[in-house]
Design a protein around this ligand. Structure first.
Ligand code: NAP
Length: 258
């Protein structure tokens, strides 16, 4: 009897939008740690994206840039990621913006500006990236599209209704695409974190309301980016293919939906 060495896991080509920091950085690290090749997308944080690239384990990783509000730039970015990685197996729509715009204290101009930008990045940017990724995923014989949504889609975002609406839209988009793309062997799912320890949440977590936010979970804390990344990693795996269309909560039981 021979002791066959365990074959190395096959390396997938993975594009992570908003990989330059926060949750995207943790997602890029999680895929790289299992042997995948990662395209780390950035919008404005070039230095930080370079630092993420330098710290990724393994090899074959690249940087790609695009402002996700620019449809042409998104198309070129997805194609260049697939070119540089030698194909595409997984797209992670992670990039997002949160800009407070309370309905009772915003000017109409501010309200318009926040709605336009929030939907452009969080929803239309993800939809465009997905559209452009499909031919590459199809050429690879299937794959996965993961979307980083939010608890706010279900619980409400009173200080930023555009954000809640963008994430509810992202969930609906993902579920529609799960049905549309299943015949191609492509799964489409979401993770919906509550508060996560990143720059996006820093002002709230470090402010006077931080303790109350942590107390929303019976664990008495918010999520670490790595906890969101591990859910994405599993959902993107072939083992999770039949869970397509799922929205996985990563909120420490701070909000239980039926
Ligand atoms: P973050 O630290 O603020 O990072 C946001 C990322 O999105 C950055 O990499 C940024 O890239 C990218 N981005 C933003 N606007 C862009 C644009 N117009 N074009 C290209 N890239 C753009 O946020 P995070 O906390 O990691 O959030 C990641 C995802 O998780 C988002 O979708 C967010 O809505 C979601 N989420 C976060 C929390 C939380 O509490 N943190 C909770 C629930 C869901 P550059 O810096 O390179 O421009």
């Amino acid at each position: 009897m021979t002791n066959d060495p365990t074959p190395p896991p096959s390396s997938r080509a993975v594009l992570v939008t908003g990989g330059s920091r926060g949750i995207g950085r943790a997602i890029a690290r999680a895929f790289a740690a299992r042997g995948d090749r990662v395209a780390v997308h950035w919008g404005e944080s070039r230095d930080r994206a370079e630092a993420v690239l330098a710290e990724l384990p393994g090899s074959g990783h690249v940087l790609v840039q695009a402002d996700l509000t620019d449809a042409g730039a998104v198309a070129a970015m997805v194609d260049s990621a697939a070119d540089a990685l030698g194909g595409l197996d997984v797209l992670v729509n992670n990039a997002g913006v949160f800009t407070a715009s309370p309905p009772l204290s915003s000017s109409y101009e501010r309200w318009q500006e926040v709605w336009a930008r929030t939907l452009a990045v969080n929803l239309v940017g993800a939809a465009n990236a997905t559209f452009r990724a499909v031919p590459h995923l199809r050429a690879a014989g299937g794959g996965a599209v993961m979307n980083v949504s939010s608890r706010g889609a279900f619980r409400g975002e009173p200080d930023n209704p555009a954000y809640g609406a963008s994430k509810a839209g992202l969930n609906a988009f993902a579920q529609s695409m799960a049905v549309a793309l299943a015949p191609l062997g492509i799964s489409v799912s979401c993770v919906a974190p509550g508060f996560v320890q990143t720059e996006m949440a820093r002002e709230v977590l470090d402010g006077p309301g931080g303790a109350a936010v942590r107390a929303q979970s019976p664990f008495g804390r918010v999520a670490r980016p790595e906890e969101v990344a591990s859910a994405v990693l599993w959902l993107a795996s072939p083992e999770a293919r039949f869970s397509t269309g799922t929205i996985v909560d990563v909120n420490g039981a701070s909000y239980l939906r039926s």
